[in-house]
Design a protein around this ligand. Structure first.
Ligand code: ATP
Ligand code: MG
Length: 755
């Protein structure tokens, strides 16, 4: 056939080539990290275009992040050798789902201008639903309800489809009715949460076969990357869409499945061959990314998992340096060590963007940000506390959302009196009452209120002004560039003025962020495009300049690669996380191990793991124990480095430390594997012997004087393991809590949150 000898096929190995050329029928590519799955998938797409098998808009391609989507598009253009117009269906499940939903929103009772809610809005809405049902919001939190609803949506379940017996998942059997009420509120607000983007698609496909058929016809070819992380809803969505042409190619790696906590099901891989009989299954074993040491370390580690399909990987790359494992005194020193390493690499001519620091949890980022700032190293955070989650960003967006969609009550509530314009609690209560009585959005209720005489004179004047201004901006929005509109709105509303007059130490930073936000808007042609981008992408920009080190969570690093990778914080209860260790069975721990595997396999040339002997977690010092994953690395691929002269005297200081009782410490003994094993054994036997009254980091000891607790007697709290309870006494950071399910227990206050 034409195109079988195209130049872009030359660089591929035989199996990859087969995956590209098997264009018709279902294909499953199952292979380990760095074996060129994404590359084969990208080439396949280019090949489909190049041979004229499909037009760009007839191909559905799903990637895991927006960054990956953009990179894939660039690669395809490079392979095809031309700019490709009309690749409209290349993106994440969420972004493609949102596009389809916008076209048929009315079929599920929404308008095409619907707002996409983020996690914070979702929680607030859930809380309102719980309040409206007259339940105790202290006992049944908005976050709890949102979590349960997300779980159902991940499984593709609308309220009607949730099995009756699962009503008990929330509020003593009221789960399903609350879910219904929550969906009804979303419809009134003309809004969808993330889960809805796909679940509404499924509903539309099921109830309107003609619409489904239109898409089945359209998508002649479907391609899915990172298939191991799809959840049931995504799977059903793919299966429905693929039914007509059945040209679906999924690629994945069971060892890299790291979203089980979000409902991803590895079983989808096994299900594929059943649902698409006769599927071509292709395995790739040659790794092109990492040196033998890195690959050996990663393969050795993942071999400790029992639950895997199993595979071997090989590489022809040069041996290279061993995986480095380094111990330091504390987190600050770890940041210093890594900062120094980065500077040294830079001196050798390495670009900063070739290096990445990958952390388990975003709280670990702060130390690195501070260190990089001190050193003047540029860095780029992905997946941390996000720009668009900040107060000023959310306020600015609320203005823009309300202008676009006047039914958006969450946006209305947020900014109607921010800056203060004399619309106090009393006026707002009146508006809410009118809205409820007439079952209408707050904006419409405001208009109604202006006709009646329920409002005080000043409030009335102020509300009239607010409504008129929003109306005027909505008219302006029609023929104004979105960035100009944003600037106008933030100025005229007095919002910028508010921060200018503020004495808050953060005001300056907030003003800078607002400027940056306007700058970001200017990259879009329409307000709608911008708001969708924010809702779905939530990053200011996902590319890093040459002069920036990457700083991100391991979850965000999936599919990426960097010449040099730093993996800090390999300590028990950080990585593997405390939560995974507390859980029964091995599933959570195995997922942590897969995450470690993902981390190591991001590295091309150099992989540097580190751990600290002392760690400050949420403001409290704790002695830490090296991660069990370090023990599991095969010795022949690892170099254990200790630099006590340079980086404090961790070993001797630790000798006097009670957590390491029973360890024979001499010089660098701390860094020897058997030493860690002993330390862990000692700590865990002590943990077992400890009276069960004190819960906390059982294997660790506080090394600073315990502080004063911010909690008070009588307060209701939530504990990760024991659930809800009431504090009966406070003693320093130790609380005695009467738990609703498990009775009175002593806990450390860093493990509870106010409920
Ligand atoms: P992951 O599981 O981490 O997502 P992957 O299987 O998708 O990895 P790719 O990212 O596609 O792997 O490829 C890894 C690296 O190997 C990339 O730099 C890619 O360009 C390179 N590569 C892939 N195939 C080949 C090949 N046939 N020849 C040379 N280099 C290749
Ligand atoms: Mg990949």
């Amino acid at each position: 056939t034409a195109g079988d000898d195209a130049p872009y096929l030359e660089g591929l190995n035989e199996e990859q080539r087969a995956a590209v050329l098997a264009t018709e029928g279902p294909v499953l590519m199952l292979a380990g990290a760095g074996t060129g799955k994404t590359r084969a998938l990208t080439t396949r797409l280019a090949h489909l275009l190049n041979t004229g098998r499909a037009q760009p808009w007839q191909i559905l391609a799903v990637t895991f992040t927006n960054k990956a989507a953009r990179e894939m598009k660039e690669r395809i253009e490079a392979l095809v050798g031309a700019h490709v117009e009309g690749m409209k269906w290349l993106g994440t499940f969420h972004s493609i789902g949102a596009q389809i939903l916008r076209r048929h929103a009315e079929l599920v009772g929404l308008k095409s201008s619907f707002t996409i809610l983020d996690a914070d809005d979702q929680t607030r809405l859930a809380k309102q639903v719980i309040e409206a049902a007259d339940l105790d919001v202290k006992r049944w939190t908005g976050r709890g309800l949102a979590f349960v609803i997300d779980g159902w949506k991940n499984r593709g379940l609308t309220p009607e489809k949730v099995p009756e017996n699962e009503a008990w998942h929330f509020a003593d059997g009221r789960g399903i009715s609350l879910y219904k009420a929550y969906q009804a509120r979303l419809t009134t607000l003309n809004a969808a949460d993330f889960g809805d983007l796909l679940v509404h698609n499924l509903t539309i496909f099921q109830n309107h076969p003609d619409v489904l058929e239109e898409y089945q016809r359209r998508f002649k070819y479907m391609l899915v990357d990172e298939y191991q992380d799809t959840n049931v809803a995504q799977y059903l969505w793919l299966r429905l869409l693929a039914q007509k042409h059945k040209n679906i190619c999924c690629v994945g790696d069971d060892d890299q499945s790291i979203y089980g906590w979000r409902g991803a099901e590895v079983e989808n891989i096994l299900r594929f061959e059943k649902d698409f009989p006769g599927a071509t299954v292709i395995r790739l074993e040659r790794n092109y990314r990492s040196t033998p040491s890195i690959l050996g370390a990663a393969s050795g580690l993942i071999a400790s998992n029992a639950d895997r399909l199993g595979k071997t990987l090989w590489t022809e790359l040069e041996e290279g340096e061993k995986v480095k494992v380094r111990g330091v005194w504390d987190g600050e020193e770890e940041a210093r060590l890594i900062g120094d390493d980065i500077e040294a690499e830079q001196m050798k001519g390495r670009s900063l963007s070739d290096m990445a620091v990958l952390v388990r949890a975003s709280f670990q980022m702060r130390a690195f940000e501070e260190r990089f700032n001190t050193l003047g190293l540029g860095y780029k955070v992905v997946g941390g506390p996000r720009f668009y989650e900040r107060e000023e960003s959310r306020d600015a967006l609320a203005y823009l959302r309300l202008i676009r969609s006047p039914d958006d009550d969450l946006a209305f509530d947020r900014i109607v009196n921010k800056p203060k314009r004399g619309l106090g609690d009393k006026a707002l209560q009146t508006l809410h009452k009118i809205a409820r009585a007439n079952d209408m959005p707050l904006m419409a209720a405001s208009r109604l209120a202006l006709e009646g005489d329920d409002l005080a004179k000043a409030a009335r004047r102020s509300l009239l002004n607010f409504v008129d201004t929003i109306d005027r901006w909505a008219r302006d929005a029609k023929d104004m560039a979105p960035a100009d509109l944003a600037e106008l709105v933030l100025e005229e509303s007095g919002y910028i003025e508010m921060w200018k007059n503020s004495k808050s130490p953060q005001a300056g930073g907030k003003l800078d962020n607002l400027k940056e936000l306007i700058q970001a808007v200017s990259e879009f042609d329409t307000l709608e495009a911008y708001l969708d981008h924010v809702a779905l992408v939530s990053e200011l920009s996902e590319s890093s300049a040459d002069g920036q080190v990457w700083l991100m969570t391991l979850h965000a690093a999936k599919g990426l690669e960097f010449p040099v990778v730093f993996l800090p914080g390999w300590e028990e209860e950080i990585f593997p996380s405390k939560r995974s260790l507390d859980e029964n069975g091995n599933a959570a721990l195995e997922e942590e191990r897969r995450l470690a595997y993902v981390g190591i396999t991001r590295a091309e040339e150099s992989c540097r793991i580190s751990f600290a002997a002392n760690r400050q977690v949420y403001g409290r010092w704790q002695a830490a124990i090296p991660s069990r994953f370090i023990d599991e690395l095969p010795e022949e691929h690892v170099e254990v480095v200790s630099e006590p002269g340079l980086y404090g005297n961790a070993a001797s200081d630790l000798a006097s430390h009670s957590a390491f009782e029973g360890m024979k410490l001499k010089d660098d003994a701390y860094y020897d594997n058997p030493g860690w094993r002993r330390a862990r054994a000692a700590a865990s036997s002590r943990r077992a012997a400890e009276p069960p009254l004190i819960e906390g980091r059982g294997s660790t000891v506080s090394v600073s004087a315990p502080g004063k607790s911010k909690y008070k007697k009588g307060q209701r709290v939530f504990h990760q393991k024991f659930g809800y309870g009431k504090i009966s006494s406070v003693e320093g950071q130790k609380l005695t809590v009467d738990f609703e399910h498990s009775g009175p227990k002593k806990v450390i206050d860093t493990f509870v949150e106010a409920a």
